[in-house]
Design a protein around this ligand. Sequence first.
Ligand code: MTE
Length: 318
Amino acid sequence: MIIKTNKCIPSSEITDPAIFKQRRQIIKAMLAMGITGSGIYSCFADAIESKWQNVPKGYQPKTLLTATSNDIVKNHTNYYEFTYNKTDATSLAQVLPIDPWSVEITGEVEKPGVYHLEDLISQQTLQEYVYRFRCVEAWSMVVPWIGFSLADLLKKVQPLSTAQFVQFTTLFDPKNMPNQADNRLLEWPYVEGLRIDEAMHPLSILATGMYGEPLAKQNGAPLRLVVPWKYGFKSIKAIVKIELVKRPPLSTWSKSAPNDYGFYANVNPQVPHPRWSQNSERVLGAGFFTPRRKTELFNGYADEVAALYSNMDLRHFF
Ligand code: MTE
């Protein structure tokens, strides 16, 4: 399925296609030589890579988004299982074993099972999705993700009519994820959730790559959720379990601070965080003197998603 959103730009407008091609050749050469390096370029990287050849391009956006530099996106991360700062996950996350990787899909679903990631990927159409990404901490970036429609995956496993919500769980691996050894700040494993209609929305994707490459471990390899109209904490990393459930999942942040982080977490400049305004955002990489960007309702995706919330008081369901 080709999703035409007017907020997408082809990667060729972000990086010279020749550089992309060269990058692909480098990855291929590494694979051929059996060099796994940091471990990113693994068996399913091969699946991602061969699929990447066919990633549909040619989106014709009304609004051109300028992608944040790859360097910033890879080195300014929130990955609390490893660290509470934004720089150290780049090195700390490299210990995470991500190959092989499987995802359990369970709950209110016709075809539950434990699926190998490469099998899941091989059934999907990988595409590029250039999305705004807005953190609840009031910084933002634009990322050219590579991934596939969450709805397409869910349709394959056939949710039952009783499935009202989708719960996602990150790998529980205290040996390699030092902060999972205690539950003082957050309770592990990291859990997130969506309403079923949010999960089935064409903008909701599972990402396996970005900038034409397999996803870096610190950015949630090998599989993460991306929901561009919600604050970044909804976009859970390193997913090992997807559960179709009847009731709203209790997500990690809502459990830890229910007044600060609601279940919906829709980007909304009218609803401040208890300790700061959400009216504007610092655009990463924009330069010291660049003014903050005015935050848009649903992060600029209101045309696509506002109907999901037409009868809801967004101040109450924040
Ligand atoms: N997923 C897991 N498992 N652990 C995390 O700490 N951080 C969240 C989200 N997903 C997080 C996570 C937060 S707070 C944000 S803003 C985004 O990931 C950051 O994604 P990035 O590090 O790729 O920019």
